[in-house]
Design a protein around this ligand. Structure first.
Ligand code: NAD
Length: 410
């Protein structure tokens, strides 16, 4: 697999070739402020002891406390977490929220753990990282395979260790322990708001055919929201397989099927295809919402989508970006397209700090305002600089971070 941090650094170089930033500034962005590795010993249900590897990377906090999710995955390693932390720094700047970039992870297949083992592992991560966390220092959130319940365990563990009675150290918590209304669908909904602004700029129809890779928090919510807004979801996938239905899926029915069967494959009226085939289906909009390195030098020439919305982090490699750009396929980059999640996480942090609870309508109204404005700013930047939306988004983010670090940029 390609090293995601090297990909991220290549993206930085591509953006810097369009607008040059001071070399001292870039040198700092090429290195995270801090990388923390911990060992997490966990008593397993059979009485044995297993030691897991945990990570936190704090990339840059010029604009505010480090912010970013925690990923549980068997392939997670320090390079992946470093890339994700770098993208978080840019993403918070793109959304213009007062946060820096961080990310965490554990190398583990959580599906192989019992609930008790998962809780002990999660509390172990929070204990091992407690010194560097806190509302004004570093505020983690969920990512792949981490849930509101896991955030609640971690926040509880952090409060016990620090003695600080605060709910503002972890976001993405359940509602009854300080979670925000709307955090669940925030990333998918934010992706829709961004898409809707750029759809109009790119003259896409009001009702598009949509293909979604990944049917978890982000992909599942996006499927529901796009379909509620009149778009037709013609293909879906999860880690177990992909399905296609040319007349469009009833997403609520797919959700019920997944709950009952643990997979989407076999959904009545659908045809099974491979995940590789799914990415190459003809459609108006392709939404990668699973993991990184899905569209590469090898399959980019075969992509038939007219428009790509990156809801996953890092699903397109820099080589594939070049190919898609040359082929005239617009890509809305992760740091803009999926920034709704960290934006509502930041609303949750703000509510916790102020002891407030905002209504869902308030949360979504504030989210839409931010994403409508920032999507427009970035689109206009891409037109002014005659470049793609990814490089424009990088440049807007870099200008904001540079300003916070007192670098002069023209
Ligand atoms: P999740 O664990 O809820 O869902 C991941 C989904 O991807 C699952 O349906 C899984 O089966 C599927 N999947 C895994 N490997 C796959 C493969 N090879 N092919 C097809 N499907 C596969 O995770 P999530 O929170 O939905 O995160 C998905 C992506 O969105 C990640 O890149 C994450 O970093 C990014 N993201 C998440 C948030 C958030 O708020 N959760 C915010 C911003 C970005």
């Amino acid at each position: 697999m390609q090293n995601p941090f090297e990909n991220a650094m290549q993206q930085l170089k591509r953006a810097n070739a369009v607008k040059a930033f001071p070399s001292e500034f870039l040198a700092q962005l090429e290195h995270p402020n801090r990388e923390i590795h911990i060992s997490i010993p966990v008593k397993m249900d059979d009485g044995s002891l297993k030691v897991f590897e945990g990570y936190r990377v704090e990339h840059n906090n010029a604009r505010g406390p480090y912010k970013g999710g925690i990923r549980y995955h068997q392939d997670t390693d320090i390079n992946e977490v470093k890339a994700l932390a770098f993208w978080m720094a840019l993403k918070c700047a793109v959304a213009n929220i007062p946060m820096g970039g961080g990310k965490g992870g554990v190398t583990v297949d959580p599906k192989k753990l019992s609930k008790g083992e998962l809780e002990r592992l999660s509390r172990g991560w929070a204990r091992g990282m407690a010194d560097v966390l806190g509302p004004k220092k570093d505020v983690p959130a969920p990512d792949v395979n981490t849930t509101p319940e896991i955030m609640a365990w971690m926040n509880d563990e952090f409060m016990k260790i620090s003695g600080e009675k605060t709910l503002a150290t972890f976001t993405g918590k359940p509602l009854d322990v300080g979670g925000s209304e709307g955090r669940g669908p925030a990333t998918g909904l934010g992706g829709f708001y961004v898409f809707d602004i750029l759809r109009q700029k790119h003259n896409l129809p009001e009702s598009c055919t949509v293909v979604i890779q990944g049917f978890g928090n982000v992909g599942g919510n996006a499927a529901e929201i796009f379909s509620e807004h009149g778009h037709k979801i013609i293909a879906l996938s999860d880690s177990k397989g992909a399905i296609v239905k040319n007349d469009g899926f009833d997403i609520k029915a797919v959700n019920e099927f997944k709950k009952a069967n643990g997979q989407i494959e076999g959904f009545p009226g659908s045809r099974t295809i491979t995940n590789a085939e799914l990415l190459e289906l003809p459609c108006d909009v392709l939404i990668p919402a699973a993991l990184e390195n899905q569209i590469t030098f090898d399959n980019a020439p075969q992509i038939k989508a007219k428009f790509i919305l990156e809801l996953a982090n890092g699903p397109i490699t820099p080589e594939a970006d070049e190919i898609l750009y040359d082929r005239g396929i617009p890509v809305v980059p992760d740091i803009l397209a999926n920034s709704g999640g960290v934006t509502v996480s930041t609303f949750e942090w703000e509510q916790n700090l102020k002891g407030e609870h905002w209504s869902e309508v308030d949360v979504f109204t504030k989210l839409k305002k931010i994403l409508d404005e920032e999507s427009t700013i970035i689109y206009e930047k891409s037109v002014a600089l005659k470049t793609d939306i990814r490089r424009a988004a990088f440049i807007v983010a870099l200008e904001r971070i540079a300003e916070a670090m007192n670098y002069k940029v023209n």
